[in-house]
Design a protein around this ligand. Structure first.
Ligand SMILES: C[S@@+](CC[C@H](N)C(=O)[O-])C[C@H]1O[C@@H](n2cnc3c(N)ncnc32)[C@H](O)[C@@H]1O
Length: 214
């Protein structure tokens, strides 16, 4: 697929840094953890699916573009304890570390730009993305190349061909994700999400798809 989304400030590191800077202030002043992207249901649907699949609680899980880290907090509350979150915004990592620390949860957070090789992070059984590929796709500067670099990094972060890459997107349909990922990943499962009807066609507000690497 060659069509690109129009560039937006949501595709820039400066935007996220100032946004999480504000969220840290809010968190410190009144304990608000900040935005959970695409609402808590989107996050819970993925957690419920992992639980239903009986994904081992000892699995190494990586959250890409973790933001405030609430997805990992949700997994930690279910008993997962090998949890890592990365984000290219140091302020996001600071916020996530504060939230995990205050909740006495053992979650590792690191600053990492996923459009760069990240070999030192190691490899993981489950790699999760909610809204991060969307943000990368909105980069005002060469989004096609950024998307390809991101997918190359994700491919290397998956431990084996059985490892899972779970992605939730609001900018791309399932078909578009499958097409863009076809060189490196194969669809394993679709996590059902709410649908809407418009002009006789049925669409999804968000898409959650599980891929495995080729
Ligand atoms: C829409 S937010 C989603 C945050 C979180 N995943 C959630 O669901 O609440 C996108 C996140 O991706 C991060 N991000 C964007 N591009 C990135 C990149 N190249 N490397 C690492 N993180 C990135 C942003 O800093 C931001 O935290």
């Amino acid at each position: 697929m060659d069509s690109e989304l129009s560039g937006s400030e949501l595709g820039t590191q400066e935007y996220w840094e100032s946004s999480y800077n504000r969220e840290i202030r809010n968190y410190k002043s009144h304990g608000d953890v900040g935005e959970i992207w695409f609402d808590e249901d989107s996050q819970q649907r993925v957690i419920d699916w992992l639980l239903k699949q009986k994904v081992d609680k000892k699995s190494n899980v990586l959250d890409l573009g973790c933001g405030n880290g609430m997805f990992l907090v949700g997994l930690a509350n279910e008993g997962y304890d090998h949890l890592t979150g990365v984000d290219y915004s140091p302020k996001a990592v600071e916020l996530a570390q504060n939230i995990a620390g205050d909740n006495k949860l053992n979650i590792t957070y690191k600053v990492a730009d996923l459009t760069q090789p990240q070999d030192e992070l190691g490899t993981f059984d489950v790699v999760h993305d909610k809204g991060t590929y969307d943000a990368v796709s909105l980069c005002p500067d060469n989004p096609k190349e950024k998307r390809a670099l991101y997918l190359k990094t994700v491919h290397k972060l998956l431990r084996t061909a059985d490892s899972l890459f779970v992605i939730t997107s609001c900018n791309w349909t399932e078909e578009e994700l499958e097409k863009s990922f076809a060189e490196k990943f194969v669809k394993h499962h679709t996590i059902p999400t709410p649908t809407f009807k418009f002009g006789g066609k049925v669409g999804n507000v968000v898409t959650s798809v599980v891929f495995r690497k080729l």
